[in-house]
Structures are given as C-alpha cells and as structure tokens.
Design a protein around this ligand. Sequence first.
Ligand code: 1CP
Length: 351
Amino acid sequence: MDRQISSPQATGKPLLDTALGIKQPTPPIWIMRQAGRYLPEYRQVREKAGGFLNLCYTPTMAAEVTLQPLRRFDLDAAILFSDILVIPDALGQTVRFAEGEGPILEPLDPAGIAALDPTNALEKLSPVLETIDRVKLALSPNKTLIGFCGAPWTVATYMLGGRGSSDQAKARIFALEHPEAFSALIDMLVEVSAQYLVAQFRAGADIVQIFESWALNLDEEFFAAYVIEPNRRLVERVREFIPGAPITGFPRGAAGMLKTYAEQTGVSVLGLDYALPLGFASDTLPKSLPVQGNLDPLRLVAGGQQMEDRARKIIAAFADRPHIFNLGHGIVPQTPIENVARLVDLVHGRV
Ligand code: 1CP
C-alpha cells in the first residue's frame, strides 16, 4: 500500500493538507451531500433544471449548486455536484430519478451486462468534467475541490436491483448465482470508474472520494471479493496515471472489516460512518491514517447541546491524528440551516 506520503508539501488548502497527513490546528470540515434539498437555493435550481440528470449534465447549473453551500457556510471544500449513478447512465443503462422516490434503473440480467458499452462512457461524462473546470475557476485557493464516484459494488447494487433497498438482496443473490457475469460487471466498473476519476483529477479535482455506501450486510468473503478487491484495484489504477493521488474510501457499515479495508485498499483517508465507536477507531487504526467523519446526520437535525457535545467528543477522539470533520452519512433534507452554520463555527473553534 502506498498511503504513506513522505514529508508531503503543504498546499495551503487545509482539507487537502489534512488528507496528505498534515494535521491542522482545527479540523477542516465539509458535509456529505452538502449541496441538496435542505437548501432553498438548491431546490430552486433543481426545479429549473427539470430532471435530476439534466442538472448533473448542465455545467452552469451543476457548478452553481456545487458552490451554493460555500456561500452560506465557511466550509473547507466543495464537492462536485453529480451522482454515483451517472456511470450506469454513461454505460447505456436506463436511469431515471423519480420525484421524491430516488433513482430507478432498468435492472440488468446477464444479457444486459453483456450489452453494456464502455466505449463512449467518458465522452458522455464530459459535462461533469466541465463542471469541475468551472468550479475550479470560481473557488478560493484555500478551498479543496472533491471529486467522486461510487464504488463498483455500490453502483452494481443499483444496476442489478433497479433501486435502493435496505439489504441489497437482489445484487447479493445475483453475485452468488452468476459469479462470471457479476465479475465482468465489477471489472467494467473498476476500469470506467478509474478513467473517470483520473479525468476528474485532470480537470482540477484535488482529491476524490469513493462512496461504498452499501458495505454493510456482507459476510467477510463477499466483502473481501467485492468491496476490498475492487476498491484496491480502483485506487491502484488511478495512481498508475496520477501517482500518489489522494483518495478517500468510505465503506459505510464496514464495521469489523474496516481496518482490513484501510490496509488492503491503500486509501489516503478513511471515511467513518456514525455507527463506528470512536474508541474502535483510536484503538485500531494506525495514527498516521487520516480519518473523516463521523457525526450522526440526525444529531444535526435535532441540533442544540447534544450536537455540540458529540461534535466536541469526535474532535477530541481524533486530536492525535489528521482529522477531517464530516457527518457519518449524508445530510438529510429536513436539516435546519442554522444548525449547519453552528456546527461549522464550532469545528472551526469559533464557539
Ligand atoms: O431530487 C433531488 O434533488 C435528488 C437528491 C439527490 C442529490 C442532491 C440525489 C439522488 N443525488 C444527489 C447528489 C449527490 N449524490 C452528490 C453531490 C451532492 C453533494 O454531495 O453535495 C453525491 C456525492 C451523491 C452520491 C450518492 N448518490 C450516493 C453516495 C452517498 C450516500 O449518500 O450514500 C448514493 C448512494 C447515491 C444514489 C442516490 N442518488 C440520489 C438518491 C436519493 C440516492 C440514494 C438512493 C437510495 O436511498 O438508495
């Protein structure tokens, strides 16, 4: 694993520097899903855009919603506005976003996997790269720009299941019944995602995050084969083109497999979900490994003293290592905006 970067040069971007292993006086902060429906200005642009994918593929609008949260809050990073499901769309699968229902895909069978065509995928994703370009021009030099993709397994759960589910049973059964077709799908996702992340770095992303949102519910063999191995190959492949590329892995729900994930994938930063006990992280993960997380998003909804106490506990638990403050999963639409402002001030040591 080549996570250790020897005496990294400071870049003047506190969040990127933290990811490179240079601890800051107060933790930098961004908020998972920080552009989104809890912001009235997002809802306005979303309405104008018509479809959700149209918003992702219109660089002027996507750049605007990427920057919106930074105008309201003193966040240390912008995250590209797009979605993990632009990859299936670019591979030719039918993807749509139903109002209030989340993504709906035409589920794949083995013949459907064979019919996917990666040839023009990157070209189809070129508007997303143009969004990065535009955001980069508008962003202050001390702010970090985060690119991202979904991890192969997580993206495959939607491609095979057709929509989000609580247990990913359709994709898990498919993987066990059709291991060859499933491996072909994972291989394709590793390669397309790697090329996509490399293109994001070249367009101006400072760091990228791999969202493995469905790393839970898996036995250790399945986890090793379909979470760790594809993530490891994806990290390795990106670094063939971008040596030492800073990459955050977020295997949500990995629990007892988290340390193995960090060791074997070689990610630069490890994202922690909110169910992970702080003691587990400090006792188990190497002190040199930067971590990101892990406030429960619902504590941000409820706000007040309980939120502040928990945020301070998280900061204290990671005082001895590079730490990027974040939620342990995405911000939810009912979050009061004033609670976000309060959290950012607290993390920056201003309250
Ligand atoms: O109508 C709307 O506006 C749709 C809501 C929405 C938004 C704002 C979706 C649909 N996607 C997004 C943007 C998005 N998605 C971003 C960029 C914005 C930002 O972070 O500021 C990112 C990084 C994602 C990543 C994403 N999409 C993940 C991984 C993170 C996570 O939350 O676990 C996943 C699983 C998706 C799929 C997806 N897209 C949209 C929804 C509602 C979902 C989840 C579906 C489910 O519950 O299974």
